[in-house]
Design a protein around this ligand. Structure first.
Ligand code: GRF
Length: 229
């Protein structure tokens, strides 16, 4: 066995690409990216974004969270962190399109620059994607294009791969298929349970998602106080 205890700790996970100058680019005085976040579950990626936003890593402000499950952990985190949270329960909408229309209305009213799907467990439609072209970021627990869709961690274990990881990418209409922004690779150990691997992958998600948001914004010229594209 390798002589290290956590093969996916910060120094060993492989991460590519790093946004040029990540953590060093400044915005014009007073200009911070306005982020809207969507989450369905525990919300650890949402909280990682909030934490990164208050550091030089990401000159941003998470202005609102939308959840679709009223009792989810993400909502409780937002309340603790004092971030405005709204529940748009998918069960109350007649179609995906209607739900996405409500999301667009919400994010437009909040004047967000970018929208981050941080564990949003619903398929999104062109209604949302076309309202935020190149501005909608998703995090997925595999090295795409491998293991798209549900239970990517279980798929990786079942396939017997020795390397998995996570991908932050732009959202396109085909599920888990948009342009890749940042990936981190995580070794799969012979002893790994689903939970153990998922936990190590998530630790990397928390690192790459803020970088991916930074990169998405830089591509659009939203940093340095430039006007919105
Ligand atoms: C993450 O593993 C993400 O990759 C997937 O959903 C999970 C959300 O976790 N899309 P959390 O709610 O951020 O803790």
């Amino acid at each position: 066995m390798p002589a290290f205890s956590d093969p996916s700790d910060a120094d060993r996970a492989v991460q590519w690409p790093l946004p040029p100058g990540a953590g060093t680019e400044a915005t014009a005085p007073g200009r911070r990216l306005r982020l809207g976040v969507m989450a369905s579950g525990n919300g650890s990626n949402f909280e990682a974004l909030v934490q990164a936003s208050s550091s030089p890593l990401l000159p941003a402000q998470v202005v609102c969270l939308v959840v679709n499950n009223p009792g989810c952990g993400a909502k409780a985190r937002a309340e603790r962190l004092k971030i405005a949270v709204t529940c748009l329960d998918h069960r109350r909408f007649a179609s995906r399109d209607n739900l996405d229309g409500a999301l667009v209305d919400h994010f437009q009213a909040a004047a967000v620059d970018l929208v981050v799907m941080a564990g949003w467990m619903r398929i999104v439609t062109s209604r949302l994607i076309s309202a935020y072209p190149e501005r909608l970021v998703n995090i997925h627990p595999s090295l795409l294009p491998s293991f798209r869709g549900v239970d990517a961690v279980g798929q990786a274990l079942a396939a017997g791969v020795s390397l998995s990881g996570c991908t932050a990418h732009l959202v396109s209409e085909e599920v888990d298929s948009g342009r890749i922004l940042v990936q981190a690779a995580v070794p799969v150990l012979a002893s790994d349970s689903h939970d153990a691997l998922a936990r190590r992958i998530q630790a990397q998600e928390h690192r790459i998602l803020p970088l991916a948001v930074h990169l998405a914004a830089a591509r659009l010229g939203l940093l340095h106080g430039q006007p919105q594209a």
